[in-house]
Design a protein around this ligand. Structure first.
Ligand SMILES: Nc1nc2c(ncn2[C@@H]2O[C@H](COP(=O)(O)OP(=O)(O)OP(=O)(O)O)[C@@H](O)[C@H]2O)c(=O)[nH]1
Ligand SMILES: [Mg+2]
Length: 294
């Protein structure tokens, strides 16, 4: 771990004064790449398949604190993950200012749209829309500067193209001026090629293009960060862990069953054996969390 970056839980007081930006999104959607670009960091990137970032990181740079998060729907089950995000976000004592929600352009599917709505409905609440900005990553077309320029014809054309996809029209209408198209592909390590070889020259040209596109993204996002000042999102607005857990019928049923078993054991009417209780181990931690929280 880089010294300048730190696991957030070590000192949350650092977050009190600066503007706070949180990256959210599915595993492999480019959160850490953006975090690195904007906060001048060098956190390891993932391979888009398995989850890379396992901890929440933050770094303050130019009076803005950037927070990188673990990706949605990684190896753990979804509910568990959401609980982790809630617990974590709730610990940002003074709330946060901007959420950069990342979605890969090449997987702009209904599944992604559902995940997006679910995160806002069940975790953050819709109030967080006011603080959010949609980052559509893996944008490959050449007109990356134009599509990020508000009111440009290219941007309108692209947004109309997206609007044809009904699942997103509501989101696009809402975020209209808070959508950015991002391409921050990782540069090739030229040290792997002998200087002056054909491969070296090819990759050098590719790296120059990647660098140029990164600079464009950097320029637009920094302009946005500078001018976008929503009212700070108070983490107390988020759904509680209890809300999230009880939304899931299966878990609710399991919790009821567990309560019955515990009550049988307590009243010495136990008809169940040890293995019945072990069966509930994965949710026991959540159970403790729920009742330990309030
Ligand atoms: N071409 C392209 N590649 C990208 C872009 N954003 C990220 N990548 C690549 O996608 C892979 C995953 O990127 P990360 O930034 O690690 O994604 P993440 O959202 O932090 O992933 P987790 O930490 O697993 O949740 C890396 O190989 C990046 O180089 C982009 O906008 N364009
Ligand atoms: Mg990451």
């Amino acid at each position: 771990m880089n010294n300048a970056d730190a696991v957030l839980s070590k000192n949350k007081n650092d977050l009190d004064e600066s503007k706070v930006i949180v990256f959210l999104g599915r595993t492999g959607s480019g959160k850490t790449s953006l975090f690195n670009l904007l906060s001048n960091s060098n956190q390891p990137l993932g391979n888009s398949v398995s989850s890379r970032t396992k901890k929440f990181f933050y770094k303050k740079f130019h009076d803005v604190t950037y927070i990188d998060t673990i990706g949605f729907r990684d190896t753990e089950n979804e509910n568990d993950h959401k609980l982790k995000v809630v617990l974590f976000l709730k610990e940002i004592r003074n709330g946060f200012d901007i959420i950069f929600y990342c979605i890969r352009m090449d997987v702009f599917t209904s599944d992604e749209a559902n995940l997006f709505s679910e995160v806002y409905e069940t975790v953050l609440t819709r109030k967080a829309y006011d603080n959010s900005c949609l980052l559509i990553t893996f944008y490959t077309r050449p007109d990356i500067d134009e599509v990020n320029t508000l009111d440009s014809a290219e941007r309108q054309r692209l947004l109309d193209e997206f609007r044809c996809n009904n699942r997103y029209s509501e989101i696009l209408d809402y975020f209209e001026n808070r959508i950015f198209f991002i391409d921050i592909k990782q540069e090739e390590d030229l040290n792997n090629y002998s200087f002056g070889s054909t491969k070296y020259i090819q990759y050098k040209a590719l790296n120059d293009m990647i660098f140029e596109r990164k600079q464009i993204v950097y320029k637009h996002l920094n302009q946005f960060i500078e001018y976008f000042f929503p009212e700070r999102f108070d983490c107390e607005n988020m759904k509680t862990m209890r809300d999230i857990i009880y939304r899931n019928d299966e878990l609710e049923q399991q919790l009821n069953e567990l309560r019955d078993i515990v009550s049988d054991v307590a009243n010495e009417r136990a008809t169940t054996n040890f293995y019945d209780i072990l069966r509930f181990m994965p949710i026991t931690n959540m159970f403790i969390d729920v009742f330990g929280m309030s």
